[in-house]
Design a protein around this ligand. Structure first.
Ligand code: BT5
Length: 324
């Protein structure tokens, strides 16, 4: 991922579909016309459709539905999130790669994304189905100055940003199911996995893993999850450009994250409640300690679920699977 290439894509983004002359490009990038041509050829190989017209120069006709660094960075409006991207055709799990990068000192905002995961995972080592080319499988490295027990708030923050982005890009209004699911029509289209590297009093890094079913048809889901899973395309009735959605998610994540660091979890919590489905309703919570039934009363300022059982006792739940 060369710097020149990134600046070339920025130029095309500024040009907004208009022609850019080879001369102008080479001046702005400080490289030769021949080098410009080479970069253009590389973009074409990645599936960018570029028109070249004598005297006018180059213009972007269409961008591929790929989740490469180039695709994501063309038009990305963030300051740090996604400014460094590692993209792969396939990977075991973007979480593992991101954890390794974080350990090696990768800066906040570094994004790992793959077209396919061979060993995508959910919580408690459950499998996350991540087929090639149809979903968003990505992990974002954060380095928040917060104590470890506040890290669950970031799952909720991510859920809000993703829900907003889905709403913006598709027009569909998703529901958030505490703690880490986003649903459309009662079925799961997004799963979030937050993992941290921390000392007892200090977080070194938080890796936000985001899995989104974008363009799968229902036949493409394995039988065991077909009844509970859906994709944005199924709900919307037409395919969605993944890179566009990633850009929107990164933009909103960055904005909410800044707000979170300056004003705390309160404002995020309000937004979260606006999308939450389970609040005020009877739910079953399966935790590692057992099964509990009750009414979900809301979440605490730390992001824990408040559950009131049949004896009117209040329980604070850190982690569970919720059935409505
Ligand atoms: C989650 O776990 O929902 C978190 C999923 C996080 C996936 C991302 S993708 C990028 C990053 N890299 C990774 O390796 N992981 C993260 P959990 O709440 O435990 O839900 C897992 C359950 O969801 C499974 O046991 C299945 O029942 C169901 N499931 C598996 N794949 C699914 C899919 N593609 N869509 C909907 N449901 C699925």
């Amino acid at each position: 991922q060369s710097d020149t290439r990134k600046r070339l894509l920025e130029l095309f983004a500024e040009a907004n579909g208009e022609f850019l002359s080879g001369q102008k490009i080479s001046e702005r990038l400080g490289c030769s016309r021949a080098a410009v041509w080479k970069h253009i050829e590389e973009l074409r190989k990645e599936g960018f459709e570029l028109e070249a017209v004598r005297r006018l120069g180059y213009r972007i006709v269409s961008t591929p539905d790929k989740v490469t660094a180039n695709e994501i960075q063309l038009g990305l409006k963030t300051e740090t999130f996604g400014q460094v991207i590692y993209s792969f055709e396939d990977v075991d799990s973007t979480q593992r790669v991101a954890a390794k990068l974080a350990h090696e000192g990768a800066p906040e905002g570094t994004l790992v994304v793959a077209e396919e995961q061979k060993a995508g995972r959910g919580r408690l080592d459950r499998k996350w189905f991540s087929p090639k080319g149809t979903g968003i499988w990505m992990s974002l490295i954060l380095r928040p100055p917060i104590p470890p027990q506040q890290a669950p708030q970031l799952t909720l923050l991510a859920a809000v940003a993703i829900s907003q982005a889905i709403q913006e890009v598709t027009g569909l209004v998703p529901d958030i199911k505490w703690p880490n699911d986003i649903l459309l029509g009662g079925k799961k289209c997004v799963g979030i996995l937050t993992e941290l590297q921390a000392d007892p009093d200090r977080v070194h890094s938080v890796i936000i893993g985001i899995g989104i079913n974008v363009n799968q048809t229902s036949e493409q889901f394995p039988e065991d999850i077909r009844a509970i899973a859906t994709s944005l395309a199924i709900e919307k009735g037409k395919p969605i450009k993944r890179a566009r959605l990633i850009q929107d998610i990164l933009f909103r994540l960055e904005r909410l994250y800044r707000q979170y660091l300056t004003h705390g979890f309160r404002p995020i919590k309000l937004l979260w409640e606006g999308y939450a489905v389970s609040i005020g309703k009877p739910v079953t919570a399966r935790t590692l300690g057992g099964v509990m039934r009750g009414i979900a009363r809301g979440i605490t300022d730390d992001g824990l679920l408040i559950l009131e059982d049949e004896q009117n006792t209040i329980h604070y739940i850190h982690s569970a699977d919720i059935q409505l």
